[in-house]
Design a protein around this ligand. Sequence first.
Ligand code: PMP
Length: 387
Amino acid sequence: MPDLEKTLQDLQEQGLLRQRRLLESAQGPEVTIDGRTMLAFCSNDYLGLAAHPAVTEAMTDAAAIHGVGAGASHMVCGHHDLHHQLEQALAAHTGREAALLFSTGYMANLGVISALAGRNDVVLEDRLNHASLIDGARIAGARLKRYAHADHNSLEEALNTGQRHALVATDGVFSMDGDLAPLDGIAALCHDHGVPLMVDDAHGIGVLGQMGAGITEIRQMSSKEVPILVGTLGKALGVSGAFVAGSRVLIDYLIQKARTYIYTTAMPPALAAATLKSLNICRDEYWRRERLAKLVAWFRDEAGALGYDLMPSWTPIQPLVTGSCESAMAVSAALARRDILVPAIRPPTVPEGSARLRFTFSASHTDEHMEQLLEALAAARSETGIL
Ligand code: PMP
């Protein structure tokens, strides 16, 4: 066992100790923390559905009828009609034959990769993939090879080594940079080499596309190009859980082989009811995606005019890389003094030397919220001198 106290002390000294904040309100643009109201620009509730009255009502109504707990795993007696309805709705939403619910995105990625790859396989992943995709390859016991971020030439080189590749896996929208995977090139390479492509679109579902079906909607990619599509339900859809969508045979196989599906309690049916409602709102209310696009453009223009050097992202994930942990924490603290909540993101969540503030936007942010953020950013710049 590691020396626990020393580890914690070291993390503290390196400025890497992670701190939790106690939220006392619902999720939303304005949150209460330690009795203080702050404006949050850091949640993944992109469409503003996490506390939407109709979604909340769908959950409480379903809980009143079906109770709180699923009681068992899907394979024993926990698979509820509401899960089934949600799986069908998610399959239809993403244009796939079938979908399978998981309790979290983390578990979906572990379950899928470890079911599809084994000890003699190589799994190829983008260097900036989410931790759950990396861990999936690790628990599969596969050899993990990482190609340069969003670089299909680097992927091509890796594919040309003649090894047996079980899978190529990439985030659709990169969670810490906000940019999109170059899916056209990646899908073409996977097709040429006969390697299945897995896309984790946790941050694209609900956000990208006319219908909010994510990166495969804007790139018009069916199961043929992207046979394994993962989406999460706790971000734009505002609830909790995840799904894998693909062919009927893929889903039937995962039901038999994905250990994080088989050996865990099913998500509460009321969560499935809430997600069915939020999925409808997501699809029907395009204005939420339009509003997001407007906020992103506004933020980029104004923060750029203040001299802030933003990354090339057009999604609601807008990172401001300051470099050192100290500088990221100094800007975060300067914003917090002005009641703006944007925690610093530090290694190992992001690569060494690229600590950052990860601003995220929600359709429920008002113009006044944006003005308050931009004023605070101007003040933080004068106060810290950090851009
Ligand atoms: N994939 C990506 C790209 C993510 O950003 C996240 C969450 N941060 C996950 C998977 C995990 O999803 P969940 O929070 O549902 O476990």
